[in-house]
Structure formats: structure tokens, C-alpha cells
Ligand binder design. Structure first.
Ligand code: G3P
Ligand code: CA
Length: 244
């Protein structure tokens, strides 16, 4: 059965990558959440998609140029200002603390494609281990060197590669990296590709699946999971399929 990961929380209905969006994912019984991690000037791991705070907060500037105490002053309510007064940029640690007693799965995307954050991999892994979440976490990144490093540092934690364009037999490449999950742009995914990936014991979790028609197609392809900004809608569709 395809699992539903709430992308950046429930980003279609709540301020992305905030605790409110993560609580919503749990409320609608998503199987897991996806979030993005960047690092502040004082080495704090923060949950925010972009390298800058311009798009999703009321501030401007690079995440790497703020200490966390400064960063937490900004309002990450984004386009949901009418529904919510103030949402803080969360620390990764807050999310791990909250998720630990739940049954949710967690995909931590390391946002180190543009900026090489010093010791990002080590810090994320230490924190995952501290909360004993090794077997509920998948680490992913568009930076495949970073995923190879994560696998060397923590072979017990699943790693996955993110990519936008179609790859030829990626399972061969993945073996070199030690990754076992493929997180492709949905446009590259076909039914036969999913079948081949499964033959090679590789999980396929495409992003970002927001339209009902596309959700149905991915369910039919039997992908392992989808990332969606609308986990409630995806759950409903999946439940309907089960009963018909
Ligand atoms: O992990 C899937 C997806 O989140 C990757 O793209 O840009 O939404 O982080 P993006
Ligand atoms: Ca992401």
C-alpha cells in the first residue's frame, strides 16, 4: 500500500515546514512527514525549505547569516496570515522530540545542494540517533555526495536520492552510494520503472503529487510512497480505492 508523506507538513493547507503543518499531518493520519533542513550561523539545524527566509517569512536574508535566536523572531506564517498570527521556524530537534512518541515516519531532506553546511550530515545523524528514530527516518538530498557520506556514517539509516530528470538504471548508481530509496520528480516515473526498481529492492517515492488524477496514477503504479501538500485528500482517495 502506498504511504502518504505530508510534504513540508501539510503545506497546501498550513504554513509549510512549521509545527502547525506537522500537527495537521498527524491529525489527518498521514503515514509520515517530509521536511527540509538548513543550518544557522551558530550551527542550529532549522526546518525551512529555502536558503533564505525571504519567501516564507516576514524577514529577509540568508539562514546561514542568522543565529537561531534571531531567526526565531521572524514569522513563518507565509501565505496563511489570515488563519494564523505567528509561526516560528522550528528547530529539527523540536520536530524529533514531538514525533518520537508518534508512529509517524519522517523524511529529512538535507538542503545542501547550494551551500555546503559544515558537519550537517553528522549533526542530523547524531540527533536522529539521540531520539532513537533510525528506523523511522529516511534521509534524502539532491546532493548525492552527501547521501553517500550519510550512508558511510550511519548505514542503519535509510538514504534516498532526489532527482529531477530521468535516470538510466539508477539502482546501479545507488549501489555505489549505498542508497536504497529513489525520490524522483513524478514526471520521470512510469509503471515499468516502478516494477524494475522493486525487482532491485529499491523504494520509489515520487514528489510532489497534489492532483487527484496523479495521485490515482501513482497508487496504480504501486509506488512505495508519495509526497503531497494535501495529505488529507490523498488519504481519502486511497481509502476510497480500498473500499471500491
Ligand atoms: O523530498 C521531495 C521534495 O521535497 C523535493 O523538492 O523542492 O519540495 O524540497 P522540494
Ligand atoms: Ca523537500
Amino acid at each position: 500500500m502506498t504511504k502518504i508523506f505530508a510534504h513540508r507538513g501539510s503545506a497546501g493547507t498550513h504554513p509549510e515546514n512549521t509545527m502547525i503543518a506537522f500537527y495537521e499531518a498527524e491529525r489527518v493520519e498521514a503515514d509520515g512527514i517530509e521536511l527540509d533542513v538548513q543550518m544557522t550561523k551558530d550551527g542550529a539545524l532549522v526546518v525551512i525549505h529555502d536558503e533564505t527566509i525571504d519567501r516564507t517569512t516576514d524577514g529577509t536574508g540568508w539562514v546561514k547569516d542568522f543565529i537561531y535566536k534571531e531567526l526565531q523572531q521572524f514569522n513563518a506564517v507565509y501565505k496563511f496570515a489570515e488563519q494564523y498570527d505567528f509561526c516560528r521556524i522550528p528547530l529539527l530537534e523540536e520536530v524529533l522530540q514531538w514525533i518520537e512518541p508518534t508512529e509517524l515516519l519522517l523524511n529529512i531532506e538535507l538542503k545542501n545542494g547550494l551551500i555546503e553546511y559544515k558537519k550537517l550530515e553528522e549533526k542530523v545523524i547524531d540527533m536522529v540517533r539521540h531520539y532513537h528514530l533510525e528506523h523511522r527516518v529516511v534521509l534524502s538530498s539532491f546532493n548525492h555526495n552527501s547521501m553517500a557520506l550519510c550512508h558511510r556514517l550511519a548505514p542503519e539509516i535509510e538514504t534516498a536520492i532526489l532527482y529531477m530528470k530521468s535516470l538510466c538504471q539508477p539502482w546501479k548508481y545507488m549501489r555505489a552510494i549505498g542508497a536504497s530509496g529513489l525520490h524522483p520528480y513524478h514526471g520521470t516515473v512510469t509503471e515499468s520503472f516502478v516494477r524494475q526498481a522493486h525487482d532491485h529492492r529499491v523504494a520509489v517515492r515520487p514528489f510532489t503529487i497534489n492532483k487527484a488524477g496523479l495521485m490515482k496514477k501513482m497508487f496504480q503504479y504501486q509506488v512505495d510512497a508519495i509526497f503531497t501538500d494535501y495529505p488529507s485528500k490523498a488519504k481519502q482517495l486511497l481509502n476510497n480505492q480500498k473500499t471500491t
